[in-house]
Design a protein. Structure first.
Ligand SMILES: Nc1ncnc2c1ncn2[C@@H]1O[C@H](COP(=O)(O)O)[C@@H](O)[C@H]1O
Ligand SMILES: Nc1ncnc2c1ncn2[C@@H]1O[C@H](COP(=O)(O)O)[C@@H](O)[C@H]1O
Ligand SMILES: Nc1ncnc2c1ncn2[C@@H]1O[C@H](COP(=O)(O)O)[C@@H](O)[C@H]1O
Ligand code: NA
Ligand code: NA
Ligand code: NA
Lengths: 100, 321, 321, 321, 100, 100
């Protein structure tokens, strides 16, 4: 079996940003994404219900270059005012050429 | 009934008691937790049901009767955020973004406060006009628009004005309330009869469950009280009284009944926590959500639910003398 | 009432209007979203409630009255997928897998279309027989089996025939509908009385909420219209008319009332979107879900809800002359 | 009615049949699955509604009438876990942790068994006293405390005693049941009238849905029967009969009606599966959940629902001769 | 503290495949798995509601050999007709011998 | 863009432990966490509904030292009696100094 090593970028952010982030990721080159409803806590306090605004986790398998772009984009546009964390790590993907 | 008896009757109604139970559950750190989808389902149901009933009533209301209250309501939706913004800026306690954010919340309306006021009127023999839900729909949007306009006119903002406008107008509370209203209007009183057991008879009970959840949320908010400070507590109690009195007076002036004017007062005094927070988070991300959520959910809502509503009824009765 | 008045009355009923509101909410990109568990809860409730009521009615229906309609229904469940498959293959527009997939959907039945038709009849003074839900249960399964048989007989398939059969027979819509039916049958009319406020009075209102969600889903489907092309649009409107007329005629022939025959027509004309998609996805994974979901949810369902149902009633009335 | 007719009437009631349908759905591996939030929503609704109704009734019950049954109930809540613990230890089949865990479950009460017993009484013309839900609240906690005390006194434990106590007292079933009770008590019968369509009329139907889910859960539990062995099956049938008879006798002795004593018997015989498992998992993590969940959910609950409840009514009728 | 380095295999697939995939993973040697309800989008469009068929994410910590088997199995049986993605990366597991 | 390489610790455990674990993680040095409702199966059987007790997944981005502490803590206090799995892997985090 042949794998391609790509990057899995994970963003956890306020749920209100979900649609906007999804669209922007696509524009930045992501070919697909997986979304999970999550709750959490961090420097901006507890985010655990629709009242406080829960969080969403967006994961996307992308090429290292796209990963770089996504992380820079999120840092630039969302770090200042929104509850958000972003990180990445390499994963071995089957049929990996589909995602670059 | 004497004023004190009325107050007591309000405090002992299931919806107020359910709210208190929610607060207690949160304070004793109970593992009681409403699944998020139950909260969402209840809010969809409540907003749509209010609209539906209001629309069916409106279909039987002559335009001439409805016009005065409608205009008065829109006017209040424009004036109150301006009042709120100026109070906050002139007392020099909030920067522009936070002042505009709070103004959007206090100009708009809390649907649950409206329902509680309506129920209070019915129980005490002073029911409000049937078309009131149409006024809720009219009061919801203008204030948010006005407040965001103030913010965007005064300085360049981080957020997006168009995105926020879309968030309000296509937001779920407007879609459900206005959508229900139009459906009720088109279907008419006879038309909605088959769905009445679900949307009308079940309404108060569903509201009780919803208030249980709101009590838990409000209590969590109260933990932030120290952060927001005494100033915001005073603001969250006094401004609603001012707005409420203004609303009652305007309603009376427009020819509404005692119940109608009092419920309008409660609406005007209330602070939004469904439509406004979503729009504000998008348009004014630099405003601190702790301020506006704590003020509207943790301070103003409980105040209105317990003391405010009876107060607005007392004012309405006094104005009608 | 004149035909046009009846059509208008249908279009202005809360359930149709709720569907339209859902479409609008989706078109204006509202953030209104039903939590998945609300959708699931409503569908569990509706299917079980239909079965329960039908079973209680069936417990009072003599076998001899029920037998004719039952046989006719099973026959229609066998014939209609064959019609659908042949139409699609002979017009050379769909390969075998996609033709069989669509045949499974159009042979089976949409529970919501059934309920809407039943409600329409009641409102217009032409109620259907009480045992109709039993016919829904009878109509649901055969078509899917027949369509998959065609597909598997004609060529080797990627999916699993047994898994699909299990998926239909043990699928939630059959379990709830048939289970409710048997419970209603065993408990009888008196037996289900204590649960009637929940399952009977609340029914139409819950259905209204469900249609709001369906409107949003159907609108999303409409965005795929360009992909599926004009052919499928025509198919999704014309085949239901043919199937519907056939159903009305067969119902009349079996001695059913005007309302009963018309509702049977609506059932036969409708396309499944709960039982069939699940079974087809497993048995015919190579069939494109965009085709069958868009056709059944985006085209046929709205058509039947707005125009189809009144049409089948008109046909039934004309046949009864 | 003859005993056998009564038994049959019970087996053919919608709630029992819904439970059976759930078992069947699980056995045929249906894809029917209740979303977790539906289960949670239903349990919140049911517990709160029981409390509310009970509280409203209690507000009209003289203390002197309620006192005897209340004391008897607390006594049973202390005695039954001791019985259960000793049975398990003396037959040398369970170590201390598992014996105490089972004792906590069998001393406490299952709200659904209570409701089913109450409904059975109403249907058969032997309604229980209106204040019964208050007894449920009284019976829920003591047994868990007693059982955990036994466990902690006898040896050093892995879990935390205080955390467990908090888990029971602030647990959702106590908060909802007791909270609803106090709200009903304060609001009174008139006060809860506006919420009755939701909490009272809808109750039995919601319970039916809940039992459908419970049937599926119980069936999954049954798959563990082999693991738990014959001993636990016998324990799960015989101990409830002993506890049930004791409860009926004590209720009769305290002056309760036939229906009241029988329902008390059903309560005492039942095993908790909401409050107890949570507390036990925290206080006695070394106890095996398979034992106590399978026994209470898979064995005792179905036994009581089908055969136990009619049996306790028969005993109550016989004692009243 | 001693760790074992194993592979975390992640599969995101149509929810309708959840039970089948779980069983097959067990047959291929997985000792446990964690399942999350997710939504997503990719080459087969948006999968975000029960109507369209939402997705499920299945994660399993396994030995490298089992990981290899699982990925090959999924690629062979599901890539052609179903919406699915599969990838893996190494993780440090406490008490890791339990999972191989 | 500058990243810091930290550890993402993942714990899957019985839902009843969620609050307790969150608190303990914070005490051990985690600055934030993300929580997902999950189901699963493993050596302690199927955990897939509130009846059986479903699971929760807690993820936290922390420094390697804190990761070490968390994993040791979970192993020591929860492995014997509770259904739980814990593992970690390195991730590249933007604005990473916030989390140590
Ligand atoms: N150290 C962390 N590990 C995992 N998730 C985190 C961490 N910090 C923050 N998060 C997630 O990111 C969201 C926003 O973080 P913050 O902006 O720090 O409030 C939180 O609500 C968490 O869901
Ligand atoms: N590049 C990606 N990154 C993350 N998840 C993906 C990606 N591509 C696809 N997925 C997930 O896998 C599912 C099926 O993908 P596909 O078969 O490409 O439609 C999607 O619905 C997503 O949940
Ligand atoms: N090998 C594994 N891979 C992924 N998740 C696992 C694995 N083993 C156990 N789990 C998760 O951890 C929980 C507890 O595991 P256990 O203590 O083995 O029953 C399970 O219910 C799963 O959610
Ligand atoms: Na206001
Ligand atoms: Na059909
Ligand atoms: Na007991």
């Amino acid at each position: 079996m042949s794998y391609v090593t790509l990057k899995l970028v994970t963003i956890v952010a306020e749920r209100i940003l979900a649609d906007r982030l999804s669209e922007e990721l696509r524009e930045l080159g992501a070919r697909g994404l997986t979304i999970t409803d999550v709750t959490g806590s961090g420097s901006r306090g507890v985010r655990a219900s629709e009242w406080e605004g829960a969080n969403v986790k967006i994961e996307s398998v992308v090429s290292p270059a796209v990963a770089e772009r996504i992380m820079a984009h999120v840092a630039e546009h969302y770090f200042q005012y929104y509850a958000v964390i972003v990180y990445a790590h390499p994963v071995d993907v089957v049929r990996g050429d589909k995602y670059v | 009934m004497q004023p004190l008896d009325i107050l007591l009757a309000n405090l002992l109604s299931p919806i107020v008691l359910a709210f208190v139970l929610g607060v207690i559950a949160s304070v004793v750190r109970s593992d009681l937790k409403f699944p998020e989808s139950l909260y969402t389902a209840l809010s969809i149901y409540l907003l749509f049901a209010i609209g539906l009933k209001g629309g069916a009533e409106l279909s039987q209301t002559p335009v001439r009767v409805f016009l005065g209250p409608a205009l008065v309501t829109v006017a209040l939706g424009i004036i109150t955020p301006i009042i709120a913004y100026n109070v906050l800026r002139r007392t020099k306690r909030m920067d522009r973004a936070n002042a505009a954010a709070l103004a959007a919340h206090y100009g708009s309306v809390s649907a649950v406060t409206f329902i509680a006021a309506q129920a209070f009127g019915t129980l005490n023999g002073e029911p409000a006009e049937g078309y009131m839900p149409a006024l809720v729909a009219l009061l919801e949007v203008p204030a948010i628009v006005v407040a965001l306009m103030i913010a965007f006119v005064r300085s360049k903002r981080a957020g997006s004005w168009q995105a926020a406008l879309h968030e309000v107008l296509a937001g779920k509370s407007v879609v459900l309330l206005l959508g229900g209203l139009v459906i009720g209007l088109l279907a008419g009183k006879d038309g909605i009869e088959p769905v009445e057991p679900f949307f009308v008879s079940g309404f108060k009970g569903a509201l009780t469950l919803f208030l249980l959840e709101m009590g838990m949320v409000a209590a969590r908010r109260l933990r932030d009280l120290r952060t927001v400070g005494l100033y915001l507590v005073a603001f969250g109690v006094l401004l609603p009284i001012v707005h409420g009195a203004l609303g009652v007076w305007a309603g009376t002036w427009a020819g509404m009944s005692i119940g109608g004017a009092a419920v309008l007062g409660a609406m005007v005094s209330s602070a939004s926590y469904i439509a406004a927070p979503a729009a504000v988070r998008i348009a004014l991300p630099e405003a601190n959500p702790t301020y506006y959520l704590t003020a509207s959910l943790g301070i103003t809502f409980p105040f209105n639910l317990t003391l405010g509503i009876p107060l607005y009824f007392a004012i309405a009765r006094w104005l009608a003398l």
